[in-house]
Design a protein. Structure first.
Lengths: 350, 216
C-alpha cells in the first residue's frame, strides 16, 4: 500500500515540482532578461543595481510584491476577485504537463497532447474576464472585453496551425510530432520549412494569445491604465504576472516543439561520430537544444515589444479573421496534399 | 489502490460535482455565478467522459464550449443589467411549466433507459481499443470513412448557420463612417509625414557659446 502510494502519488508530485519550480525561477529570470534586453534596445542599461549585473532585481521585485497589501476594491465580488488570478495561473501551469523535454523526459505522454494544450490555453481567458468583471472597474472591464474577443479570435488561427502540424505528423502526441521531424537532413527536416506560413501564423497567434505587445490592447497603458488587472496589487498581481510569463515561455516551447524539431539537433544526420554523452547531444539531440530554441523564440517576444507600436483594436480583429485564418485554412489543404502525395518525408523511416 | 476502485471514486467525485454545479446553475441568485457554475458543469462532464476514455470528446467539449462558447455567454451575461428581485418573482408562476418539462424529460430518459434495459444490449468493447488505436485516431477514421456524409452535412449546416448569423446582424447604416482597411494598409508614410532635415543644434554664431567647464 505504502509502496503504491509512493509510486502513484509521491513521484508524480515530485515530477510536477521538477517542472514548476524551475519554471517559476525561469519566469523571474525572464523578467530580468526582458528588462535588460529592452533596455539595451532603448540604449539604456536596464536593471543593474541589485546583485551582480542586476541579476537579483527580479527576486527583489517578487519580495516587494509579496509584502505589499492586497487591496479589494469597494463593491468588488470578493470570491471571484481572488479566484481570477488562480484561474489564470492554473491552466498556464497545467499545460506544461504534456511538454516533452526530450524523448524520455515527459510528465504525461498523453495521446491527445495537442488537444489538451489547446484546451488549457483556452481556459486561461477566464482568469482575465473574471478579473475584469469582479474588480468593479470600467477600465478593468474594458480590458477584459478586449482580451476575450482577441483570445477567442486568435485561438481559431492557432487551432488551424495545429491542424497543419498534426496532419503532417499524423499524431496528436507531442513526442510523436517531434519524432516525425527526425531525419537525415538536419534542420531542413523540421516542420518550419514545409509549414513556413503556418509557423509564422502560429507565433503571431501565440503573441496575441498571451496578450503581449503589439497585441497588448488588453492592458494598453496609454488607453485603459492597465486593463484587466488595474485593481490588483501585491501577490494577486504577481500571480497574473507569473501566468502571463509562464504562457509566453509555453508558447516559445510549443513553437520549438511543433515547428523547430523539439529536442532534435539541427545537425541530425550530418555527423556520425562516437563521443561521450556530454558532447554527443550536440548532434544526437537533447533537451539543451529544446531550451536553446525556446530561448530564441522567447527572445522574439521581447524584440516585438521593444520594436512594434501597439495595434489598433479593429486592426487586430482584421489581421486575425481576414488574414491569418484564411491563410491557415489554405495551408491545411496544402499540408493535406503534402501528406497525401508524400512531398515531405515524415520521420526517420520515410 | 487498484485502478478500478480509483476510477469508481473519480466517477462519483466528478459526478457529484457535475450534479451539484448543474443544480447551482438554476439556484444561484447571481447570474454570473450561474454561468460559472455552468462552466464547471461542462468541465466536470468532460472529466467524466475522460474516464470512459472518450478523450477527444472531452477535450473538444473543453475547447469549444468551455473555452469559446461559454466565454461569449459569460460576456453577454456580464453586460446584462438584471434586476435580481424581479428575476426571482416569476418562480411560482413558471413552476408548473418547469415541472411539466422536467417530468417529460424524466419520462423520456427513463423510457430510453428502460428500452435499453429490455433489449439488454450489452455495450460492446471499446471499438478504439479493439482497433488498437487511440480514441482520437479511431474517431477520425470513423468520421472520415463510415460517417463522411453526415459529417459533411453537419459542417454544411454549421456554415449556413454562420452565414445566416452574419447576414442577420450585418446592417450598415447609411450615415456610418467607414474606413477601408486595405486603403489604410496601403498608405505610404511619405504622403502623410514630411521629414525635414535640419541641424540638431542652432548655428554657433547666433547663440553665445556656453561657458566652458573647467577641466579637472
Amino acid at each position: 500500500m505504502a509502496d503504491q502510494l509512493i509510486n502513484q502519488l509521491l513521484w508524480p508530485i515530485i515530477y510536477i515540482l521538477c517542472i514548476t519550480v524551475p519554471l517559476i525561477i525561469a519566469v523571474a529570470m525572464f523578467v530580468y532578461w526582458e528588462r535588460k534586453v529592452i533596455g539595451w534596445m532603448h540604449v539604456r542599461l536596464g536593471p543593474s543595481k541589485i546583485g551582480p549585473f542586476g541579476l537579483l532585481q527580479a527576486f527583489a521585485d517578487v519580495v516587494k510584491l509579496l509584502i505589499k497589501e492586497v487591496i479589494l476594491p469597494t463593491k468588488a465580488n470578493r470570491f471571484l476577485y481572488f479566484m481570477a488570478p488562480l484561474l489564470a495561473l492554473i491552466p498556464a501551469l497545467a499545460a506544461w504537463s504534456v511538454i516533452p523535454f526530450s524523448s524520455k523526459m515527459v510528465l504525461s505522454n498523453a495521446n491527445a497532447g495537442v488537444l489538451y494544450l489547446l484546451a488549457m490555453t483556452s481556459l486561461g481567458v477566464y482568469g482575465i474576464i473574471l478579473a475584469g468583471w469582479a474588480s468593479n472597474s470600467r477600465y478593468a472591464l474594458l480590458g477584459a472585453m478586449r482580451s476575450a474577443a482577441q483570445v477567442i479570435s486568435y485561438e481559431l488561427a492557432m487551432g488551424l496551425c495545429l491542424v497543419c502540424v498534426l496532419v503532417l505528423a499524423g499524431s496528436l502526441n507531442l513526442t510523436d510530432i517531434v519524432n516525425a521531424q527526425a531525419g537525415g537532413k538536419g534542420l531542413f527536416d523540421w516542420f518550419w520549412l514545409p509549414l513556413l506560413p503556418v509557423f509564422v501564423i502560429y507565433f503571431i497567434s501565440g503573441v496575441a494569445e498571451t496578450n503581449r505587445a503589439p497585441f497588448d490592447v488588453a492592458e494598453g497603458e496609454s488607453e485603459i491604465v492597465a486593463g484587466f488587472h488595474v485593481e490588483y496589487s501585491g501577490s494577486a498581481f504577481a500571480i497574473f504576472f507569473l501566468a502571463e510569463y509562464a504562457n509566453m515561455i509555453l508558447v516559445s516551447f510549443l513553437a520549438s516543439i511543433l515547428f523547430l524539431g523539439g529536442w532534435l539537433s539541427p545537425f541530425q544526420g550530418w555527423i556520425h561520430a562516437d563521443a561521450p554523452g556530454w558532447i554527443n547531444w550536440i548532434w544526437t539531440g537533447g533537451f539543451i537544444w529544446l531550451f536553446i530554441k525556446a530561448f530564441v523564440m522567447s527572445f522574439l517576444f521581447l524584440w516585438f515589444r521593444a520594436t512594434f507600436p501597439r495595434y489598433r483594436y479593429d486592426q487586430i480583429m482584421r489581421l486575425g479573421w481576414k488574414v491569418l485564418i484564411p491563410i491557415a485554412i489554405v495551408w491545411v489543404m496544402v499540408a493535406g496534399c503534402m501528406k497525401y502525395f508524400g512531398w515531405v518525408s515524415i520521420g526517420v523511416g520515410a | 489502490m487498484n485502478p478500478q476502485l480509483f476510477q469508481l471514486i473519480c466517477f462519483y467525485a466528478f459526478g457529484f460535482v457535475t450534479v451539484a454545479a448543474a443544480l447551482s446553475v438554476i439556484t444561484l441568485k447571481n447570474t454570473v455565478h450561474a454561468v460559472l457554475a455552468l462552466v464547471l458543469t461542462f468541465f466536470s462532464a468532460a472529466c467524466l467522459w475522460m474516464l470512459i476514455e472518450a478523450e477527444f470528446l472531452a477535450l473538444a467539449l473543453i475547447v469549444v464550449y468551455v473555452g469559446a462558447v461559454m466565454v461569449l455567454f459569460l460576456f453577454v451575461v456580464m453586460m446584462l443589467d438584471i434586476d435580481q428581485e424581479k428575476m426571482r418573482e416569476g418562480f411560482v408562476k413558471f413552476l408548473p411549466v418547469g415541472l411539466i418539462v422536467a417530468a417529460a424529460m424524466l419520462a423520456e430518459m427513463l423510457g430510453l433507459i428502460g428500452v435499453r434495459a429490455m433489449h439488454a444490449q450489452v455495450m460492446g468493447a471499446n471499438p478504439a481499443a479493439v482497433a488498437g488505436l487511440s480514441n482520437t485516431a479511431w474517431l477520425g477514421q470513423a468520421l472520415y470513412t463510415k460517417f463522411l456524409l453526415p459529417f459533411e452535412i453537419a459542417a454544411l449546416i454549421l456554415t449556413v448557420g454562420v452565414v445566416a448569423a452574419v447576414a442577420l446582424t450585418l446592417r450598415q447604416r447609411g450615415d456610418a463612417r467607414y474606413e477601408s482597411a486595405s486603403q489604410q494598409v496601403k498608405v505610404n508614410p511619405r504622403d502623410r509625414v514630411r521629414i525635414v532635415k535640419m541641424a540638431a543644434e542652432r548655428p554657433v554664431d547666433e547663440s553665445p557659446a556656453p561657458p566652458q567647464e573647467p577641466k579637472p
